[in-house]
Design a protein around this ligand. Structure first.
Ligand code: PSV
Ligand code: MN
Ligand code: MN
Length: 388
């Protein structure tokens, strides 16, 4: 075994939240493809997520998007999830699919529309009380397309005020997590375009407001691990939305486009104590599976995160510090690269088996007959939230 018991104990704690919308039919603005067996209800999305957890032991909770996942009885849904062996996690608000929000939601100049957006977040907090969810995640689509279209500074002021109202409504155990994104749906300005803006807002709010880092939301060649190191250092990295990208916000399987980047990010998480007991850093996926099957896509994703976490944990921190302090540039780099190039897959497979999990979760899924069963049972599956 290349992996020592301390590393395994840390891996034992790793939990990666799955997005309910990953199980719906997805595509691009050109076409949404439908896949036989796709869930028709939020309950069926939970069933699929539970299957990922059953086979990997890595995904004990499911993030919901409101109103995509609306139900009448949240307590009943939470109990349903529990029976399946998972729980309801982060509640994501949605102010990007209502005509009223064309020119802004929490930043809108019209107080009536701002209040409508604030009320939506109040409704999300009510849901959180019933589901026991800890995090309210806000990704704000607000922005402008043309210079002069909006008062950049005025929009920030209105945003600060709206966020304050929402934050003050949270219960003592609940957190507000503010996600940033460089562009899209608007192309000139976004009101929360970068980690600095998110950081400025969350620090103004209070200790239970944190930044969400979606790995697909930066300019090409941004050093994401630097942002990770800085936010952990400042105590404000609340969560990750993991995915991978070749161009923009591609929402592809995490670790598929650039496994080395994922390793470097996770190395900074490890270095900053983000995997230690009581760490505020939550791991989530935010992905869509347009052409690949969704459950195997999610299985592959959580395994990729686990694999790169294990490699990051292999870095000999003491030797690295010594090499850094001695100015041994190549020695230090070599220690990091040695860990990255270590194939941990056989060890992780053996470890899974020891814990009563399948050595090969993807093969176990294929052999389980789950896909065939759902294809037979579910007719007319749902589109994921986009465009729904
Ligand atoms: C926006 O691009 C985003 O990353 C936000 O997290 C949304 O909630 C999610 O995608 C919807 O897929
Ligand atoms: Mn996201
Ligand atoms: Mn995104």
């Amino acid at each position: 075994m290349t992996i020592d018991p301390t590393v395994l104990r840390t891996l034992e704690r790793q939990a990666i939240e799955l997005p309910s919308w990953a199980f719906g039919n997805a595509g691009t603005r050109f076409k949404v493809f439908s896949t036989p067996g796709t869930p028709r209800t939020v309950q069926e999305k939970l069933e699929d997520a539970a299957e990922v957890h059953r086979l990997t032991g890595l995904a004990p909770s499911v993030a919901l998007h409101i109103p995509w996942d609306l139900v009448d009885d949240w307590g009943k849904l939470a109990a349903y999830a529990e029976d399946l062996g998972v729980r309801l996690g982060t509640i994501n608000s949605n102010t990007f699919q209502d005509d009223d929000y064309k020119l802004g939601s929490l930043t809108h100049t019209d107080p009536r529309i701002r209040q409508k957006a604030v009320d939506h977040h109040f409704a999300c907090i009510d849901v959180m009380h019933e589901t026991g969810s800890q995090d309210l995640k806000i990704w704000l689509p607000d922005g402008t397309n043309y210079p002069g279209q909006g008062d950049i500074r005025g929009r920030q002021d209105r945003l600060a005020e709206s966020l304050r109202t929402i934050y003050d409504r949270l219960g003592p155990e609940q957190r507000l997590v503010l996600e940033y994104k460089i562009f899209e749906p608007y192309f000139y300005t976004m009101d929360v375009p970068d980690w600095g803006t998110s950081y400025a807002h969350v620090t103004a709010l209070g200790e239970r407001a944190m930044v969400c880092l979606d790995t697909g939301h930066h300019a090409p060649s941004t050093n994401i691990e630097f942002i990770v190191a800085q936010l952990i250092r400042l105590g404000r990295l609340g969560s990750f939305d993991f995915n991978s990208r070749f161009y923009a916000d591609d929402d592809l399987i995490v670790g598929a486009a650039d496994p080395f980047q994922l390793f470097r990010i996770l190395f900074e998480v490890v270095r900053g104590g983000g995997l230690e007991e009581g760490s505020p850093v939550a791991f989530m996926l935010d992905q869509c599976h347009n052409v690949e099957d969704k459950i195997p896509g999610q299985i592959r994703s959580v395994l990729n995160v686990q694999e790169m976490t294990a490699r990051a944990l292999l870095v000999d921190q003491e030797a690295l510090r010594a090499a850094q302090d001695a100015g041994d540039v190549l020695g230090a780099n070599g220690l990091v690269m040695d860990a990255f190039y270590t194939d941990v897959r056989p060890d992780l497979a053996a470890w899974r088996e020891e814990r009563g999990l399948p050595a090969d979760p993807l093969a176990a899924y294929r052999a389980s007959g789950y896909a065939e069963r759902t294809v037979a049972e579910r007719v007319g599956g749902q589109q994921a939230g986009w465009g729904a």
